[in-house]
Design a binder for this molecule. Structure first.
Ligand code: DGL
Length: 280
């Protein structure tokens, strides 16, 4: 059985594009509809209730486009809203969380740093994750205010971003971490800068590829995969500045992922509103 409908992918902004590119690399046959809630970024400083409200609107928008699954390509939104969303919708909803388990496998000195938003680090879901997988490890957490905004502006290697990042890395390096988890989907866009700053002795782990594999398993289990060999369509919507999203995609994603971008007005009576492109 195959299913040509698109997979919906959402995030507070451009961060989830780091997951979208992994999904496309693994399953180029899948059509992908991406919604960036850049009108409401950053989620990391919002309450769980406010994030749930946004996720409700974004998911409703994607369901109107008849998606077959939703990937919440955002650690903060997963922590705040994924169990709640799953209670409301029966389609597969894939969330993500900082890669504590893989980090526990690779760290040699058992000392791991987690860069993430305040919202993710303060969540009960993150506490539960540590309880499950961090036994015998020193896990040092570091919230990174301002970093998501820098990535949203496309400033992934400016001197100001480097200084900000250095201020978040210093406390972790002082404690001897040998592994750093990127616990926010915006941060993989900083990876080249991070690699330059950290040198080769420190491992950097992010979850995009693992989320893509999880999506693949789930689609297969439910008979929802697109037919192999077909070419998926990609479309983007944003509640923020569509020209900025277009630029970001043009500068940071491979050719095959360049596709139409539309602006949607963020909310109308609690629902997303805007020009709905025909989903042929
Ligand atoms: N990209 C998001 C994450 O993975 C959240 C960034 C934000 O809006 O604060 O946590």
């Amino acid at each position: 059985m195959t299913d040509r409908r698109a997979v919906g992918v959402l995030d507070s902004g451009v961060g989830g594009l780091s997951v979208l590119r992994e999904i496309h690399a693994l399953m180029p046959e899948e059509s992908l509809y991406y919604v960036a809630d850049s009108g409401f970024v950053p989620y990391g400083e919002r309450s769980a209730a406010a994030i749930r409200e946004r996720l409700d609107a974004l998911t409703g928008f994607l369901l109107d486009l008849d998606v077959k699954a939703v990937v919440v390509a955002c650690n903060t939104a997963t922590a705040a809203a994924v169990p709640w969303l799953r209670e409301r919708h029966s389609l597969p909803i894939i969330g993500m969380e900082p890669a504590v388990k893989p980090a526990a496998r690779v760290s040699r000195n058992r000392t791991v740093g987690v860069l993430a938003t305040q919202g993710t680090l303060a969540s009960g879901r993150f506490a539960a994750l540590l309880q499950r997988y961090a036994g015998g490890m020193r896990i040092l957490t570091q919230p990174c205010p301002g970093l998501v905004a820098a990535v949203e502006r496309g400033e992934v290697d400016s001197p100001a971003t480097e200084r900000l990042l250095q201020s978040y890395l210093d406390p972790l390096l002082a404690q001897g971490v040998d592994t750093i988890i990127l616990g926010c989907t915006h941060y993989p866009f900083l990876r080249p800068l991070l690699e330059r700053m950290l040198g080769s002795g420190i491992r950097i782990i992010d979850t995009g590829a693992a989320v893509a594999r999880q999506l693949q398993r789930r689609l297969a289990a439910e008979g929802l995969q697109a037919s192999p060999g077909s070419v998926g369509k990609v479309r983007y919507w944003t509640t923020g500045d569509d020209a900025a999203l277009r630029d970001f995609i043009g500068n940071r994603l491979p050719m095959a992922l360049r596709a139409p971008v539309s602006r949607v007005s963020p909310c109308r009576d609690g629902a997303m509103a805007g020009p709905q492109l025909p989903h042929t």
